[in-house]
Design a protein around this ligand. Structure first.
Ligand SMILES: O=C(O)c1ccccc1NCC(=O)[C@H](O)[C@H](O)COP(=O)(O)O
Length: 212
């Protein structure tokens, strides 16, 4: 199972979280976010991190050429699209970045919104289901309706996100079987400041699901 800890802002925390066993670190490149990091910060954080970890840049409605430039200047392995990007936009980005994983995040309001995920099946590598919030794009701490999602079974890998934390992760993964999970505010002291004890507890509780 892929384990993404998102909203990393500090080199020592990034390194510690990689050493604890996360398989992916997420970097927020959305300027309005309290977890926003610049290119120089991403490079400082990733300098001392093992090669095998995925480094995911999170964007929202950014110009494809700007994303391309950022991937040239950083070691990002994946690009997560967290805004209102269309399938056509995703295809264009895929042409610009043939070697990077493209992840489309969908903010789920109701059953109709996850049924619409089908329009992305041919345009991206991976889906990520996050909670809908009227003001915030991500990092909301709100959970999805896991019961309603029980029949969600897309033909491509997907991450479960939205309000996951050490206390609810076991219940979430007993109900749902995503290929990855994505956690941010549930392992933080404040936005962008990760609580390493909570990250360690999360990873300990994930141990029994890791081979899924
Ligand atoms: O985290 C942010 O501040 C953010 C801002 C703008 C767009 C996306 C953002 N986060 C995306 C993520 O991948 C988060 O990990 C995801 O929303 C889950 O967050 P949480 O509910 O706090 O675990």
């Amino acid at each position: 199972m892929r384990i993404k800890i998102c909203g990393i802002t500090q080199p020592d925390q990034g390194r510690a979280i990689a050493n604890l066993g996360a398989t992916a670190l997420g970097f927020i490149l959305v300027p309005s976010s309290p977890r926003y990091v610049k290119i120089q910060q991403i490079n400082a954080i990733t300098a001392a991190i093992p090669d095998k970890i995925d480094l995911i840049g999170v964007f929202a409605d950014e110009q494809p050429e700007i994303i391309q430039q950022i991937t040239i200047k950083t070691p990002l392995t994946s690009v997560q699209l967290h805004g209102r990007e269309s399938p056509e936009y995703c295809q264009k980005l895929r042409q610009l970045l043939p070697d990077r994983e493209i992840i489309k995040a969908l903010r789920i309001k109701d059953r109709e919104s996850w049924e619409k995920s089908a329009i992305y099946f041919n345009s991206v590598d991976t889906l990520l289901l996050d909670a809908y919030h009227p003001q915030l794009l991500g990092g909301t701490g709100h959970t999805l309706d896991w019961q309603a999602l029980a029949s969600f079974s897309p033909p491509l890998p997907w991450f479960l996100a939205g309000g996951l934390n050490p206390d609810n992760i076991s219940e979430a993964l007993t109900r749902l079987h995503p290929q990855g999970i994505d956690v941010s505010s549930g392992v933080e002291r404040s936005p962008g400041d990760k609580d390493l004890k909570k990250v360690a507890l999360l990873l300990e509780r994930l141990q029994k699901f890791r081979d899924q």
